[in-house]
Design a binder for this molecule. Structure first.
Ligand SMILES: Nc1ncnc2c1ncn2[C@@H]1O[C@H](COP(=O)(O)OP(=O)(O)O)[C@@H](O)[C@H]1O
Ligand SMILES: [Mg+2]
Length: 259
């Protein structure tokens, strides 16, 4: 039993590839408190998505402890929602029906009220009757976040949710997700390949090694300075993270991170 909303201890994960085991995650230890916003950065293929899916109960694990609210994870459940890079909205359903899709147990009125509240929360009021094809990329991601929040999960896992967005929309979405997190008090873990995004959003940043993914460091950020993209502290976090990824490199400009 632990008091953490998420508790991962000594998690190892292998996949079978061509009948041979491939080590993907090695000795992952991560404890997350209620209301935290944790970000995860690491090279492509280091097991970030796998880690989120294991926490969500979408991928099984054989070795180690994975708990939500003190209970071993053995499948998906309503307390934990997930948002993916592609919005995965069903094209034949209106936005309101996409957002309300998982709310089978509610009455028609409760469902409508829930959908309305979450569409307002993500700034999509008025688009209830639109179809996904009628929304921009940023709006579709908002709808996907609304769907993720509609079950009122205590945990929301986000797997590169803004990866396909242009830079300006992305910055706007970062502000929005922080606001939503403050309003809803949802515990969030977000995987991102954007280091600025990881610093800006995360009260802690998990830095992972290349596959097999190990946690190299967990950086606790200053709540004020990490929200100032031009601050010296922000630059120092950035340098620290880049140095992890390019520590084997002798290319000068990478160390200067004009990448
Ligand atoms: N279901 C699966 N079966 C076999 N290999 C997988 C499976 N899912 C992911 N992998 C492999 O595990 C590694 C980590 O994948 P993933 O967690 O998606 O990495 P990341 O999200 O960090 O880019 C990759 O080499 C990927 O090909
Ligand atoms: Mg991934």
């Amino acid at each position: 039993m632990s008091d953490y909303i998420i508790n991962v201890e000594h998690l190892n994960k292998q996949f079978l590839v061509d009948k041979k085991p491939m080590e993907v995650l090695r000795d992952i230890n991560l404890k997350v408190e209620k209301g935290e916003f944790v970000t995860i950065v690491g090279h492509s293929g280091c097991g970030k998505s796998t880690l989120l899916k294991i926490i969500c109960g979408l991928v099984d694990y054989e070795d180690g402890v994975v708990e939500r609210n003190g209970h071993a994870v053995n499948g998906p459940g309503p307390m934990c929602g997930m948002v993916f890079q592609d919005h995965r909205l069903l094209p034949w359903l209106k936005i309101k029906d996409n957002v309300g899709f998982g709310l089978k147990d509610l009455s028609k009125e409760e469902r409508a009220a829930n959908v309305k509240r979450h569409l307002e929360l993500v700034g999509l009021a008025g688009f209830e009757n639109s179809y996904p094809a009628q929304l921009s990329g940023g709006m579709s991601q908002r709808a996907a976040i609304a769907r993720g929040l509609a079950n009122n999960p205590s945990i929301l896992l986000l797997d590169e949710p803004f990866g396909a967005l242009d830079a300006l929309t992305r910055i706007q979405m970062q502000k929005e997700i922080l606001r939503i997190q403050e309003e809803e008090k949802t515990t969030m873990i977000m995987v991102t390949h954007d280091i600025d995004e990881a610093i800006y959003l995360g009260n802690r940043i998990v830095v992972m090694s290349a596959r097999p993914g190990e946690i190299k460091e967990i950086i606790k950020t200053d709540p004020v300075q990490s929200k100032r993209r031009g601050s010296a502290e922000f630059a120092a976090y950035k340098k620290k993270i880049y140095n992890y990824f390019f520590e084997d490199s002798d290319v000068e400009y990478e160390i200067e991170y004009n990448i």
